[in-house]
Design a protein around this ligand. Structure first.
Ligand code: BG6
Length: 476
């Protein structure tokens, strides 16, 4: 066994959420619609046609939720701001009531010594911008996102010390423009890589504005990183894993950190005719937007094997978390996914791999030399409320304990860590899976068909995390 270093004294033991998944009040308080408000209304897009119209009504119950966070001893709460709550049209007129909601939430957190960690964008671009110019597909989004970010920086600077720009750009771009499972539901690689390039520029431009405004604190994107393994040591399979790592991970993180796309992937995109247009000034802007930390959303690893040029394509992705959709898929000529014989899976076929988290942390730290902030990690499961109003989620405690231990091991390896935000604090809407796939420390009594009373119940994991925070992780 390795000798373990303690967690840093200021380690942020936190938990996370996203506006669309918790707030509800989708058309209240002057909020404009986002692309998700409309997408969920298209029949067949979500489990049992579930929407986030009410979600877990955090908009009205935030004080109750913050009180529970305080009881648990949470050091940080990561939440996202809904762009269209602040700017109902995406740009132009500012909705003061929307700003006030987040101000009240931030003040409530600070009053309880909980650090607010603010995500600027968790997938909910204003519908108005989608209608006006196709959202991420237009370069106009760079200026509009920067304007929105600037507004929020100016309003909350001094109160918020850690900022997340874009949540999982790799997920919202690939699901939105390739797999067509997220808005705008497009399947077109050329359009996808263009939209992705604009998102990169918007991310860099917001970070640049943050620095120019002299906002105190740290800023970075949150990336959905699933470290890639080779199925075995056959050189063709090792090459496939390298391809997957460059294609699925470095393709985003290299741009964040260095302002440049990995050569092999970019060359491959040019061969396909899918490479984005890089205009004069783009690379300079990207290089000016290097983040202070890498936000890491970690759920699982991926295992890869050789995939011939006429091999399997995208197929139906299992990353939406839809139960039972795992099938062989890949990028012909680069890699294909393979099942890892050493790992157990959740009920949604997500592999459970705490060592993969340590591997991911090590890879980020040694390639980019920046601190890492785990902005999401957690277990989505069916939870049962007992007759005694308890939830015995020992499987979640086991999952989180093993992942927290992997973080401590990475710290002991020398990885600089800011904190650990579990996904999620209360149960919330799983974008495509309704309310049955639960992640929280706090059970919210509702299901797809019935909002019931939205009553909150503390799960066993709530008390486990409370103890872990109090011990600063010394009890793992
Ligand atoms: C991440 C997202 O991709 O995974 C979250 O940032 C999401 O918003 C989480 O809820 C879990 O995904 P799912 O599909 O299980 O809800």
């Amino acid at each position: 066994h390795k000798r373990l270093s303690p967690f840093p004294a200021d380690f942020l033991w936190g938990s996370a959420s996203a506006a669309y998944q918790v707030e509800g009040a989708w058309d209240q308080g002057g909020k404009g619609p986002s692309v998700w408000d409309n997408f969920v209304r298209i029949p067949g897009k979500t489990f049992k046609e579930t929407t986030g119209d009410v979600a877990v009504d955090h908009y009205h119950k935030y004080k109750e939720d913050v009180a529970l966070m305080a009881e648990q001893g949470l050091k940080a709460y990561r939440f996202s701001i809904a762009w269209s709550r602040i700017l109902p049209e995406g740009s132009g007129a500012v909705n003061e009531e929307g700003l006030r909601f987040y101000e009240n939430l931030i003040d409530e957190l600070l009053a309880h010594q909980i650090e607010p960690v603010v995500t600027l964008y968790h997938w909910d671009i204003p519908q108005a911008l989608q209608d006006q110019y196709g959202g991420w597909e237009s370069r106009q989004v760079i200026a509009d996102f920067t304007n929105y970010a600037t507004l929020v920086f100016n309003r909350f600077k001094g109160k918020v010390k850690h900022w997340v720009t874009l949540n999982e750009q790799n997920v919202f771009i690939s699901h939105g423009y390739m797999l067509a499972t997220h808005p705008p539901g497009v399947s077109d690689p050329k359009r996808m890589y263009a939209a992705n390039h604009h998102a990169n520029l918007a991310n860099a431009s917001a970070i640049k504005a943050f620095r120019e405004l002299g906002v105190p604190g740290k800023i970075g994107p949150s990336f959905a990183y699933g470290p890639n393994y080779a199925i075995d040591s056959k050189p063709e399979n090792v090459l496939a894993a390298l391809n997957a790592e460059e294609y699925n991970a470095n393709f985003w993180m290299d741009v964040y950190m260095w302002g440049e796309y990995p050569k092999a992937v970019f060359t491959w995109l040019e061969e396909q005719g899918w490479a984005p247009d890089i205009l004069p000034g783009d690379t300079e802007l990207l290089k000016q937007g290097a983040p202070d930390f890498m936000g890491l959303n970690y759920y699982q690893t991926a295992t890869n094997a050789f995939n011939p040029i006429d091999g399997v394509g995208l197929g139906k992705m299992n990353t939406t978390g839809e139960k039972g959709t795992t099938e062989e898929q890949g990028i012909p000529g680069l890699f294909k996914n393979a099942a890892n014989p050493y790992l157990e899976k959740t009920n949604w076929d997500w592999e459970i791999d705490p060592t993969g988290l340590r591997i991911g942390l090590r890879r980020i730290a040694s390639r980019y030399r920046v601190p890492v902030f785990i902005t999401e990690n957690g277990l989505g499961e069916y939870d049962k409320l007992t007759a005694e109003s308890e939830i015995h989620d020992d499987y979640r405690i086991d999952y989180l304990r093993r992942h927290a231990l992997a973080i401590q091991e990475a710290i002991s390896d020398g990885v600089e860590m800011i904190g650990y935000c579990t996904w999620s604090f209360t149960d919330l809407l799983s974008w495509l899976n309704g309310y049955q796939k639960r992640y929280g420390f706090v059970f919210v009594d509702r299901d797809e068909a019935d909002e019931k009373d939205l009553k909150r119940y503390k799960k066993d994991s709530f008390y486990w995390y409370k103890k872990t925070i109090a011990a600063n992780g010394a009890n793992l």
